[in-house]
Design a protein around this ligand. Structure first.
Ligand SMILES: N=CN[C@@H](CCC(=O)O)C(=O)O
Ligand SMILES: [Zn+2]
Length: 411
C-alpha cells in the first residue's frame, strides 16, 4: 500500500536529518515546505519535496491536498484514558465552590474513579477506553501514552494494563503504557502508606515487569499523596526492573520532584504548574523533558505552566492533554496547542514542536515519530483547507483535522 499526497499548501516539521528533540530558541523554528508532496510506502515516509521538483511517482492512492496543511500527527505523551464512567458530579460540586483537594479528602477524586474501575468488567473498561481512543485519533492524535492509576490493587492495575495492551493490539495508534500504581493512597492503606509503597515496590512493579506490560513508572509526587522519599523508593524499585520514570510533579506544591526525577534519569517530568529557579537549574543539561498540561490548568483553574521561563532557559518543552476524568476530561490536542499559545505564550511554531517531536520524545519514540523525515513512520494529519498553519491554534476549539494517517494507513 502506497500513498502519494500532492499540492500540499504547507508541509510542516520537515527534517532531512533525524531530529529527536528541539530545545530552547530552536523551538521557534518549524521547518516547512510550501507547495509540497510526500510519498509513503507501507508505513514509512519515503520521499517528499517541493511540487516544482516533483517527478511522477506511481502510488496506490493519490490525494490532492490543495489548500491543506500536512503535519506529523499529534504525540500526546500524558494521558489516563483508561478509566470507568466519569466524575461529572464532582465537576458540578467544583462549580459550586468545593475544591479539587476537598473532594479528594472526602474520598472522592482518584479514589472515586478507582472504586468504579475495580467493579467494572475488563470488557466494559476496554469498550469505554476504545471509544476515547478513537475519538482522539479522529482529532489528530497518532501516538499516545496511557497510564494506569485507577486500579490501586494488583488485580485492578493489571486489568488496566491488559486493557492498554489490547488497545495497543487492536488500534492503529502507537501506545506507550505507564504504571502509575502510586497515583493515590487507597482507603484501606490510609493510615499505613508505607505498606502501600511496599505493596507497589514488592508486588506490583515485579509483576508488571514480569509480564512486560509497562514501559514506564510514574508517581504522583504531591502533598497528601506521595512525598519525595516515597517517590524515591518507587523510582528506585522501578529502576531495578528497567522501568524509566515519567512523573507527576509540581502540580500544586514544589517538593523537589523535578530534581529527583533528573537524578533517576526520568524521561519526563509532567505538570509543573508550580515552578522555581531550582527546578530550572535541575533540568539544565539533563535528558529529562518537562511536559506542560494546559488542559488541567484550564479545567481546575490552577496556574498555567510557565513555558516561557522553561524555553527561554534553553530547555525543551512538550505539551499533552492529561486526558482523565478528574482534572482534564478532554483529549483534544488541537485545543492544547491553542491553549499553549494563548495561555502559555508559546508561538504556534513552539506549540507545534511541543505537540509533535517533543511529545514523541516524552514517550521515547522520537527516533521513529514526530517529524517528516525519510525513514520515519508515516503518522500524519491532513488539515481542512486553511491559509496558514497558525490557524490551527488561532481558531480554538474547532477541529482542523480532515484526515488522519497512522503508520501509512488512511483513516
Ligand atoms: N494529578 C494527578 N493525576 C491526574 C488527575 C487524576 C484525577 O483527578 O483523576 C492528573 O494528572 O491531573
Ligand atoms: Zn496526569
Amino acid at each position: 500500500m502506497s500513498v502519494l499526497i500532492l499540492n500540499i499548501k504547507q508541509l510542516l516539521q520537515v527534517h532531512d536529518s533525524n531530529v529527536t528533540i528541539v530545545k530552547g530558541a530552536d523551538m521557534k523554528e518549524l521547518p516547512i515546505l510550501e507547495n509540497a508532496y510526500i510519498y509513503i510506502d507501507h508505513d514509512t515516509i519515503i520521499e517528499y519535496g517541493k511540487m516544482e521538483d516533483y517527478q511522477t511517482i506511481e502510488a496506490d492512492t493519490i490525494i490532492d491536498a490543495t489548500g491543506k496543511i500536512v503535519l506529523p500527527s499529534w504525540c500526546d505523551s500524558h494521558t489516563h484514558i483508561v478509566y470507568a464512567g466519569d466524575r461529572t458530579s464532582e465537576f458540578v460540586d467544583r462549580i459550586k465552590g468545593v475544591s479539587y483537594a476537598e473532594i479528594a479528602n472526602k474520598g472522592g477524586g482518584i479514589l472515586n474513579s478507582a472504586k468504579l474501575l475495580q467493579k467494572t468488567s475488563e470488557e466494559i473498561l476496554y469498550k469505554q477506553s476504545l471509544k476515547r481512543l478513537d475519538e482522539i485519533i479522529a482529532m489528530g492524535t497518532g501516538a499516545v501514552e496511557i497510564k494506569t492509576g485507577y486500579g490501586l490493587t494488583l488485580d485492578a492495575e493489571l486489568k488496566m494494563l491488559r486493557v492498554i495492551k489490547r488497545l495497543k493490539r487492536e488500534s492503529l495508534a502507537i501506545i506507550t503504557p505507564t504504571l502509575l500504581a502510586a497515583h493515590a493512597i487507597p482507603s484501606e492503606f490510609k493510615t499505613k502508606k508505607q505498606d502501600y509503597i511496599k505493596y507497589i515496590t514488592e508486588e506490583l512493579i515485579p509483576k508488571a515487569a514480569e509480564l512486560h506490560i509497562a514501559n514506564y513508572i510514574d508517581v504522583f509526587c504531591e502533598e497528601g499523596y506521595f512525598d519525595i522519599n516515597d517517590t524515591e523508593a518507587i523510582l528506585k524499585a522501578g529502576k531495578n526492573y528497567n522501568l524509566k520514570p515519567k512523573i507527576h510533579v509540581n502540580q500544586f506544591n514544589i517538593l523537589g520532584g523535578i530534581a529527583l526525577g533528573v537524578k533517576y534519569n526520568a524521561l519526563s517530568v509532567d505538570h509543573l504548574e508550580e515552578l522555581n529557579e531550582d527546578d530550572i537549574v535541575a533540568l539544565k543539561d539533563s535528558e529529562t523533558i518537562p511536559v506542560a498540561l494546559p488542559g488541567c490548568s484550564y479545567f481546575l483553574s490552577i496556574p498555567y505552566t510557565k513555558a516561557r521561563q522553561l524555553i527561554d532557559a534553553g530547555l525543551p518543552l512538550a505539551i499533552a492533554t492529561d486526558y482523565n476524568p478528574g482534572s482534564s476530561p478532554s483529549g483534544n490536542m488541537n485545543f492544547i496547542v491553542s491553549a499553549a499559545c494563548v495561555k502559555l505564550k508559546m508561538t504556534p511554531e513552539e506549540a507545534i514542536n511541543a505537540a509533535t517531536i517533543n511529545g514523541a520524545y516524552a514517550m521515547g519514540i522520537s527516533n521513529m515519530y514526530g517529524s517528516i523525515t525519510r525513514g520515519k513512520k508515516a503518522n500524519l494529519i491532513i488539515t481542512k483547507p486553511m491559509d496558514h498553519y497558525s490557524e490551527i491554534p488561532y481558531a480554538y476549539a474547532h477541529n482542523p483535522v480532515e484526515q488522519v494517517i497512522i503508520n501509512g494507513q488512511l483513516l
